[in-house]
Design a protein around this ligand. Sequence first.
Ligand SMILES: Cc1cc2nc3c(=O)[nH]c(=O)nc-3n(C[C@H](O)[C@H](O)[C@H](O)COP(=O)(O)OP(=O)(O)OC[C@H]3O[C@@H](n4cnc5c(N)ncnc54)[C@H](O)[C@@H]3O)c2cc1C
Length: 283
Amino acid sequence: MNLPFILAKRFVAGEEFGQAIGAVRELNSKGIAVSLDLLGENVKSREVADQTLVDYQDLIKGIADEGLNSSISIKLTMLGLDIDADYTFDNLSRLLETAKSNGIFVRIDMEGSDYTDLTVSTFKKAKESFGSNVGIVLQAYLHRTAHDINELAGINADVRICKGAYSEPPNLAIRSMSEIRNAYRLYATTLLQRTSYPRIATHDDELINWTKSYTNTEGIGKERYEFQMLYGLRQPTCEMLAEDGYNVRVYVPYGTMWFPYFTRRLKERKENVFFVLSAMFKN
Ligand SMILES: Cc1cc2nc3c(=O)[nH]c(=O)nc-3n(C[C@H](O)[C@H](O)[C@H](O)COP(=O)(O)OP(=O)(O)OC[C@H]3O[C@@H](n4cnc5c(N)ncnc54)[C@H](O)[C@@H]3O)c2cc1C
């Protein structure tokens, strides 16, 4: 499918790294850190996974050369998780070597539930060698997160907690928004109490305000955690949080493989469809 990039422009910073640099610099100039994501998922051949590794290594060098305040986010299916777990781990290790030598942090995104087990075990293995330079994501909607959160807090893992973006069946995931929020608060509490630097990823005012008030009551300083949001969403809120002294990071995706990411954003909120339509008419 060859849809015009203009559709995705609201949520994706460009099709090339060079196009994304401006967006990163602008956020950095407002005191907001970034995590760059070279879009793509579910790579089916070793040839493409090998090339993805090279592209990501180039991205890491690009971030360092350009002096950007940015980590990277990656999906393990881009490094071969649909092909072979050991091969994926080798690719990830090579990526982490490059990242470590350039002082860049790597976050492993969480994908659909078919990949949760392997993603968690690959992360744990990587953390043994790369320590705090690698992090993971947990999804509050999954029932299994009640177990994973304790296990990962027990090794002081660097966790981004989010609600979860994939369509999952009720035997695996909570469906009601109020229950997802309750689970989110419970897991964020675990991370804030038991890990060094949790990442609170949400655009939801209820959860943002809860985090501010919980940390305030518990005497947890603003330097002990960060808020994370997606590029193109709630930018004024990000700026206000940064101005108020909170650490804020924006997830900035770029690349030609933007369609699945873009579709998830549209499904999440009907307002996102209006953003796309208005972008089409403005250009
Ligand atoms: C940095 C980051 C990284 C992520 N990484 C992953 C990942 O690795 N794996 C994964 O499965 N998912 C990931 N997600 C997606 C996440 O799981 C959710 O699908 C997504 O964030 C939507 O949930 P929400 O809490 O942000 O708000 P929603 O549940 O979409 O909205 C809740 C309420 O928040 C408010 N709100 C939300 N958006 C806006 C807006 N744009 N403007 C004004 N108000 C708004 C509204 O009041 C809305 O009713 C990530 C999200 C972020 C922010």
